[in-house]
Design a protein around this ligand. Structure first.
Ligand code: G4P
Length: 530
């Protein structure tokens, strides 16, 4: 059994792709499917446009697809490894789920648009990787388009994200002249050729030594000279690449490529499966407050719930709980302890998304994600295991950025409204903030606007309650640590409390927040509870 688990773990790579909208995450995911042989031609993955559509379309689409095991995790094999791709929307459907899902990954691919550099949502998601010590590979995309200088992009990654970068390859030409890359590990040029329109099929690939006449001829004299100079500069500027530094989150290996044309895609995936870590020990807290590392091989089954998705079956108020397996072998109908409730439960009818099909799983291993029906017994962050005695680290919580009041249109529906809100809050779909030290209507908070649209849609669709949403004029927030009695509030900000009673300031804008920070030097303002 131990050997079986060990072997399964060594084969697995569980990762998420993080990016700002439009950087090319969907295209790269699709290319991973193309190169793994799961789809015959790229351009077939449905719903790309749909993901950018309104909430109701989005929900309808999710339901049509048989909800969201697809958007939670997908498993397939690439060469001799098994990859689990976790979905972390970087789009308008950006929400707290996105952050939580990222914690279930062992590694992340950060896709950056070569003409734009590091953008806002990438920065936020990267922050979770840093806190969780998730190693990040950087994929600088769209090199077939006019782009910024490669060195400039590397500097931006270093300065904005505060991480060292190491160019694993270097582009040969950019825009229309993007011919290939130099593999800095082997000193070879890899030239690519288009074999189909729009990158529907794999690109042709030819490796030749950088120092060869063939390389010089293909690149042209001026280009070749410049390339050699740039490579020399890189050699002088940096230390050699060390895999340990990547795994500890101190350096990000950078790859230049074009997901659309497939130029650089295959060498990237090959490097990825070589560099990306297999599922490893995860830290947990013991009841006595000490930390323990949960070994994936020797600890019997354990995992945690990182996402809940309501109402797979509309006749029931059921939801689906997604569990990341952290240790041991999972077998269908396994009876596990839910540590929070201190009770045993059977994990029956577990689902997975294997090779593009939703299937009932008989077995699963660390790194895999299973979806089970939740009849109200799972909450976000729950630790499940055979042995008990520890809890995986709490999931990070980000400061919300959009706030609103919500009322039912029909007072007669108050009961259903309350019930729906309780479930949505429990699921982590939305945050409910209460006034601090007095009774009053709650404020609803989210990290993305679409979370509100989804909330209203679901209240109507699943609970039959029409609601009116009144946006509030706050744009940022922070948890406030320190004695709240001595806290000095600005005129335009308010103080509320989160579900655990922790005080939180809501501010009209960054200026307002900075004002409060300046006037409360004894208090700490926290944007992220990790
Ligand atoms: P996202 O999931 O990160 O939001 O990005 P997505 O892959 O949907 O890509 C956003 C747009 O960028 C798409 O164009 C896509 O074709 C284009 N794109 C992705 N990778 C590359 C690349 O390497 N080079 C170039 N030139 N374009 C790229 P679109 O017009 O919005 O959509 P579509 O009509 O092409 O589907």
């Amino acid at each position: 059994m131990i050997e079986e688990i060990q072997e399964a773990i060594e084969k697995r790579r569980t990762f998420a792709i993080i990016s700002h909208p439009d950087a090319g995450k969907t295209t790269l995911t699709e290319k991973l499917l193309l190169y793994s042989g799961k789809i015959q031609a790229a351009g077939m993955v449905k719903g790309r446009k749909g993901r950018k559509a309104a909430a109701s379309d989005w929900m309808a689409m999710e339901q049509e697809r048989g909800i969201s095991i697809t958007s939670s995790a997908m498993q397939f094999s690439y060469k001799d490894v098994i990859v689990n791709v976790l979905d972390t929307p970087g789009h308008e459907d950006f929400s707290e789920d996105t952050y939580r899902t990222l914690t279930a990954a062992d590694c992340a691919i950060m896709v950056i648009d070569a003409s734009k550099g590091v953008e806002k949502q990438t920065r936020k998601l990267f922050e979770v990787c840093r806190i969780r010590k998730i190693p990040v590979l950087t994929f600088i995309n769209k090199m077939d388009m006019p782009s910024r200088e490669p060195l400039d992009l590397m500097n931006e990654v270093e300065n904005v994200l505060q991480i060292h970068s190491f160019a694993m390859n270097w582009p040969i030409g950019t825009g229309r002249d993007f011919k290939g890359v130099v593999d800095r590990m082997t000193g070879e040029c890899i030239f690519f050729t288009k074999l189909s329109h729009g990158g529907a099929q794999k690109a042709g690939m030819q490796r030749v030594p950088l120092a060869s006449d063939e390389a010089k001829q293909t690149i042209g004299e001026t280009g070749y000279k410049q390339l050699v100079e740039e490579l020399e500069l890189l050699e002088m500027a940096g230390n050699p690449f060390k895999k340990e530094e990547f795994l500890s989150g101190d350096v990000t290996p950078v790859f230049f490529a074009s997901a659309l044309t497939n130029f650089g895609v295959e060498p990237f995936f090959d490097a990825f499966i070589h560099l990306a870590p297999s599922p490893h020990a995860r830290l947990a807290d013991k009841p006595d407050g000490t930390e323990v590392a949960i070994d994936p091989v020797t600890t019997p089954f354990s995992g945690y719930v990182f996402k809940l998705q309501a109402n797979m079956d509309r006749r029931h108020r059921d939801s689906m709980a997604f569990i990341r397996i952290c240790s041991g072998k999972f077998e269908r109908d396994l009876v596990v302890k839910n540590h929070r409730l201190n009770r045993e439960m059977r994990l029956s009818r577990p689902h997975g998304m294997v090779a593009g099909e939703r299937t009932t799983l008989d077995v699963a291993y660390p790194g895999d994600v299973i979806g089970v029906i939740n009849s109200g017994f799972f909450s976000i962050g729950d630790t499940l295991s055979i042995t008990g005695g520890f809890n995986f680290k709490p999931l990070p919580q980000f400061q919300p950025e959009v706030f609103a009041k919500l009322h039912t249109k029909d007072v007669g529906k108050r009961k259903s409204f309350d019930k729906g809100i309780v479930q949505l809050v429990e699921e982590g779909a939305i945050q409910m903030l209460r006034p601090f030290e007095y009774e009053g209507d709650p404020t609803f908070a989210a990290v993305g606007r679409l979370q509100f649209e989804v909330m209203q849609y679901r209240l109507k669709d699943e609970y039959g309650v029409e609601t009116v949403l009144t946006p509030l004029p706050y744009q940022c927030s922070a948890w406030i640590l320190g004695d709240i009695k001595t806290y000095v509030k600005s005129v335009s900000s308010i103080i509320v409390q989160d579900k655990l009673g922790r005080p939180m300031g809501l501010f009209q804008d960054q200026w307002d927040k900075q004002y409060c920070i300046r006037h409360n030097p004894k208090h700490q303002f926290v944007d992220l509870l990790a």
